[in-house]
Design a protein around this ligand. Structure first.
Ligand code: PEP
Ligand code: MG
Length: 534
């Protein structure tokens, strides 16, 4: 047996044969006997066929996985028509390259160019360049992708959206890639499909065809496991399936503690798809909609209309259930090129979140207008990240008045919404009494509160052994915030990762939290834990 270690991105256990997918390109590139004009024609015909295929994939994606995943094929279509890309290829052909060579060179040039960009979104487009160029190359050389004929554990360098969509999804037991990040297509796809997945695993291609176990939790791949190990993991897999089906019994049950207190059991989301998952898992509301995801997906500022539509869709979907939208939390680890942020020595302590919004008011106002316009479509609450001082909330409220007056002048309909402060800095926890007089609720972001209280960079894996999310200093801050909130009629929630840590549930309930907001898949498990504490 051989064990490979990667980084688990979606938990669960898969047992099956391995299929290693490789990019199958024409190996030999024979000297062309065609003229430049004929090579140009060959390129144009292949490009037209590639666009047809991409359009068909767009329609397929729309039917099978929804608009968001389908969007990538719109991007592919646009990239293939891009003037610079085409001029580069046509120029090379005119200078004597054949079509295959010219496209290969364009692939190399543009993918490197994108990969070197700072912006995460643009960086990820490098894989798309490779994807579209490979499609045209395959058409020109008549090469077909390998088909996956039976349910298998798929291993690849990185999976392109085209590859994943063209294949029979039922045949994916698990996904493993050599490259990729938490937000790579592979990770997103695996999450949507609910199959175990792992990234950054340095496997050997010779494992193709072997029987293996993938444990998405630990990020381990066991190739050629002994019968004993297989038995152990079959039992684990059965246990997971059993637990998941037992959790279904908790759908529709109110979340009430043994003292009879009703807990608001909400979900953390980043987009509409997550909101659907939240509903499927019977979330009683949305406790954290990370609105910056709308900005991260774009190559320029999302317009007021785009934001309005995104918020409206989630509000309408959730109906009577509360939706807490957090205003833009950009900066630190979430960098966006078009914001043109300076490189900082200490970005976590720098220009981020509400600081950007209060400094660049036009960005903030656009978001607030979109939120007000969407407010009539559901039960909206809005909260502000990274607050450290009372004046910030006072300033925000002034801007809110300006925005409302503007909308009134324009005759635009809006509703009032609850206002909240995210408690993510020790300063905000220490002045919670004052803040509570200004707002309707608090939500503790334990990820940042832990980082700032313990002075430990949340991004640095080397610090893991120092990072104690149960540190008594944090518990003291929680107690202070809950007490200050309740004294001033504010409800108090918790929305960082700690909210889903079942070993802490009892303590957090005792401290007096009114709301827990966790990932959609953790909802039912947490409800079960709360109800079983009777
Ligand atoms: C937090 O800091 O706990 C939080 C929920 O916000 P984010 O993880 O998005 O910074
Ligand atoms: Mg945070």
């Amino acid at each position: 047996m051989k064990i490979y270690q990667g980084k688990g991105v979606v938990g669960g256990i898969a047992i099956g044969r391995i299929v290693v997918l490789k990019e199958n390109l024409a190996q030999n590139n024979p000297q062309s006997t065609l003229s430049s004009t004929e090579e140009l024609d060959r390129f144009k015909v292949a490009k037209a066929q590639a666009i047809e295929e991409i359009n068909a994939l767009y329609q397929k994606a729309l039917r099978e996985v929804g608009e968001e995943e389908a969007m990538i094929f719109e991007v592919h279509s646009m990239m293939l028509e891009d003037l610079d890309f085409n001029e580069f290829i046509e120029g090379k052909i005119t200078q004597g390259s054949n079509a295959l060579e010219a496209i290969s060179e364009a692939k190399e040039y543009f993918s490197t160019l994108f990969a070197q960009m700072d912006d995460e979104y643009m960086k990820e487009r490098s894989a798309d360049i490779v994807d579209i160029a490979n499609r045209v190359l395959k058409i020109l050389s008549g090469v077909k992708d390998r088909e996956v004929l039976e349910p298998s554990i798929i291993l690849a360098d990185d999976l392109s959206p085209s590859q994943t969509l063209q294949m029979q999804r039922d045949n994916f037991l698990a996904l493993v890639t050599r490259y990729g990040s938490m937000n790579s297509h592979t990770a997103i796809l695996a999450r949507t499909m609910g199959i175990p997945a792992c990234i950054q695993m340095h496997f050997d291609e010779s494992v193709d065809g072997e029987v293996a176990i993938l444990d998405g939790e630990s990020g381990r791949l066991y190739v050629n496991p002994s019968e004993e190990i297989l038995e152990e993991f079959r039992a684990k897999r059965e246990q997971i399936v059993k637990e998941q089906s037992q959790l279904q019994d908790y759908k529709g049950k109110p979340t009430i503690t043994k003292e009879g207190k009703k807990i608001m059991l909400y979900a953390n989301i980043g987009n509409l798809e997550d909101a659907k998952s939240a509903l499927q898992n019977d979330a009683e509301g949305i406790g954290l909609f990370r609105s910056e995801f709308l900005y991260l997906q774009k190559s320029t500022y999302p317009t007021e209309q785009e934001q309005f539509e995104a918020y409206k869709e989630v509000l309408e979907l959730m109906g009577e259930r509360k939706v807490v939208i957090r205003t833009l939390d950009i900066g630190a680890d979430k960098r966006i090129d078009y914001f043109d942020l300076d490189i900082e020595e200490n970005p976590a302590l720098g220009y981020r979140a509400i600081r950007i919004c209060l400094d660049r008011e036009e960005i903030f106002k656009t978001q607030l207008r979109a939120l007000y316009r969407a407010s009539v479509y559901g039960k909206l609450s809005v909260m502000f990240p990274m607050i450290t001082s009372l004046w910030e909330i006072v300033e925000i409220k002034k801007i809110l008045v300006d925005v409302r007056e503007e909308l009134e002048r324009e005759g635009v309909e809006y509703a009032d919404f609850e206002l909240g402060v995210m408690i993510e800095t020790p300063a905000s926890a220490l002045i919670a009494e004052d803040l509570a007089k200004e707002v309707d609720f608090f939500s503790i972001g334990t990820n940042d509160l832990t980082q700032y209280t313990l002075a430990l960079d949340r991004q640095n894996p080397k610090l893991e052994k120092f990072l104690d999310p149960h540190h008594p200093a944090l518990l003291k801050l929680f107690e202070m915030v809950v007490e200050a909130g309740h004294k001033n009629q504010c409800w108090v929630g918790i929305c960082g990762e700690l909210a889903g840590d079942l070993s802490m549930t009892q303590k957090l309930l005792k401290i007096g939290f009114d709301e827990f907001s966790v990932s959609p898949k953790s909802i039912l498990g947490l409800r079960k834990t709360i109800l079983s504490m009777q």
